[in-house]
Design a protein around this ligand. Structure first.
Ligand SMILES: C[S@@+](CC[C@H](N)C(=O)[O-])C[C@H]1O[C@@H](n2cnc3c(N)ncnc32)[C@H](O)[C@@H]1O
Length: 246
């Protein structure tokens, strides 16, 4: 785990994306007045800060990795967002907020940890009636992908669905789809290029440690897979509204 966090240390974003895509996703929603927002699995918090720029609301940012929360907290102080952002060390599996607390749940590149279906169902009650959930999720964009990439994601994210399967799942979990879009390659490289720099550095640092090198190589493999097979899968942003009936 320590090596994992060393590989992921000090990179601006922990999933494919970027401020412009956080904005694009937010703009799928109708105008919200002083929304109460929960940013789940906030990581280093690039999207938290962008949400603070986009709204006059309050954002509670939760994560279980304290260094990410510390980093976000200092940026919130530096950028004068402390009145808008609260950082909390809390697990997405066990969110301790009363029912109907939030106007908007935001899960950028993080819902896969609890699982898409479980997250949609378990977090549903936290949203106010008619409130919103925005999630970005890894999906297959084409059917029958080559065996190599199918096996890679089967091993790394066995629950990965096709885009069509996600679109079917959404209403069955009590939400209506407002809109969705696929992140372009630029969003992936926003994530992978800083990660690649860390990988290069750590390969040299640990060149005598085969156990650590094996972990680093798996991260490298994910980047190689994207380079080769990016047409087959993607990160999809979905904007959902909690169904009034559900
Ligand atoms: C792929 S990163 C995405 C981070 C951020 N949303 C972004 O897009 O940059 C997933 C985040 O979920 C956090 N995480 C892992 N397990 C968690 C849990 N049980 N509860 C809350 N956050 C968790 C990790 O520490 C990490 O910051």
């Amino acid at each position: 785990m320590e090596v994992f966090f060393e590989i992921h240390q000090d990179i601006p974003k922990e999933s494919p994306g970027g401020d412009e895509y956080t904005r694009q996703a937010f703009q799928m929603l109708p105008q919200l007045y002083q929304p109460n927002i929960l940013d789940i699995g906030c990581g280093p918090g690039a999207q938290t800060l962008e949400l603070a720029r986009l709204t006059d609301g309050h954002i509670t940012a939760i994560d279980t990795h304290q260094p990410f929360l510390d980093r976000l907290q200092s940026q919130a102080i530096e950028l004068d967002f402390l009145n808008q952002i609260t950082c909390l060390n809390q697990s997405m599996f066990d969110l301790s907020f009363p029912e109907a607390t939030f106007d908007l749940l935001w899960a950028e590149g993080s819902m896969y940890i609890i699982g898409l279906e479980q997250g949609l169902k378990q977090w549903h009650s936290l949203i106010k009636p008619g409130g919103y959930l925005v999630v970005s999720e890894l999906v297959w964009l084409q059917s029958q992908p080559p065996k190599t990439i199918q096996t890679f994601w089967q091993e790394n994210y066995p629950e990965m669905r096709t885009l069509e399967e996600v679109l079917i799942l959404i209403p069955s979990c009590g939400y209506e789809l407002i809109g969705h879009f696929t992140l372009p390659a630029k969003a992936w490289w926003n994530y992978y290029l800083p990660l690649q720099a860390n990988i290069n550095y750590l390969c040299e640092k640990y060149n005598n440690n085969s156990e650590i090198l094996a972990i680093i190589k798996n991260e490298q493999l994910e980047i190689e897979m994207y380079r080769e097979y990016h047409d087959w899968y993607g990160y999809e942003f979905f904007a959902l509204q909690k169904s009034f009936s559900g």
